[in-house]
Design a protein around this ligand. Structure first.
Ligand SMILES: Cc1cc2nc3c(=O)[nH]c(=O)nc-3n(C[C@H](O)[C@H](O)[C@H](O)COP(=O)(O)OP(=O)(O)OC[C@H]3O[C@@H](n4cnc5c(N)ncnc54)[C@H](O)[C@@H]3O)c2cc1C
Length: 208
């Protein structure tokens, strides 16, 4: 990995998060990595972590002045079920098949069951259902903290109905440099960002 300065190390240009890497964008740079991720939001940060976990070097390219995208201003309400450790902790029964049925079966008429479920892509929802619980454990393993309350459906309009699946990330430092809105999404994003920076020795956030 090289840059205009060619110091061979991980680079962070621009403001970046955690207050790191404040500095001017170099006039020229030339970076290489096994995996290049465009966008450091709700999708890009976990993707960077997964790639690093698999042993790849990673470059994250972010167009904004900081990481986080929409996710950092989001409510941090994370709808993941299918048998998560949080659901088990509170005695909530759920399974991948229940997630799949809830999100594809138009005949479900329970509270919080919306008829628009019938338009969902079944293959996408099958994959979501089968990886739902693992995705929750992935977030927890990578430092995301959720409120110590039973999963519910608050903050979600159509994430499920036959089992509570909403987990709530939180942020306690208010609005400011660390969080544009002071909402729970910053808790989600900053934890994932910290994990990505720790794991991926080649993590770079190029603010363009
Ligand atoms: C106010 C608000 C509240 C929300 N609350 C919730 C909630 O509570 N629960 C929930 O599940 N969802 C919520 N959402 C939705 C959720 O935030 C998004 O679904 C999620 O962030 C999408 O993830 P993403 O990675 O696709 O996009 P983002 O998180 O937006 O990340 C995309 C990133 O890519 C960058 N980018 C774009 N183009 C380029 C480019 N060409 N080069 C480099 N970088 C680029 C962007 O700057 C951004 O950082 C909320 C959204 C908003 C706006």
């Amino acid at each position: 990995m090289t840059t205009g300065a060619d110091d061979g190390g991980a680079e962070v240009f621009g403001l970046g998060a955690l207050g790191a890497g404040i500095g001017p964008m170099p006039a020229s740079w030339d970076l290489e990595a096994d995996v290049v991720i465009i966008g450091a939001g709700a999708t890009g940060l976990p993707a960077a972590i997964r790639a690093a976990d698999a042993g790849a070097s990673v470059i994250v390219v972010e167009a904004n002045y900081d990481v986080g995208g929409h996710a950092i201003v989001s409510g941090g309400n994370v709808p993941l079920g299918g048998g998560t450790s949080a659901q088990k902790k509170y005695g909530i029964e759920d399974s991948p098949d229940t997630v799949f049925a809830d999100l594809t079966d138009w005949s479900i008429v329970q509270p919080n069951g919306w008829p628009d479920y019938r338009y969902n892509d079944r293959a996408v929802i099958r994959a979501f259902a089968d990886h739902c619980a693992a995705a929750y454990e992935f977030l927890v393993a990578n430092g995301v903290k959720f409120k110590e309350i039973p999963p519910d459906n608050a903050g979600a309009h159509n994430t499920g109905n036959s089992a509570p699946r909403e987990n709530h990330a939180f942020w306690t430092d208010g609005a400011g440099l660390g969080s544009p809105s002071g909402r729970g999404g910053a808790g989600l994003v900053r934890a994932l960002e910290a994990s990505a920076r720790l794991k991926a020795s080649g993590f770079s956030c190029i603010i363009g």
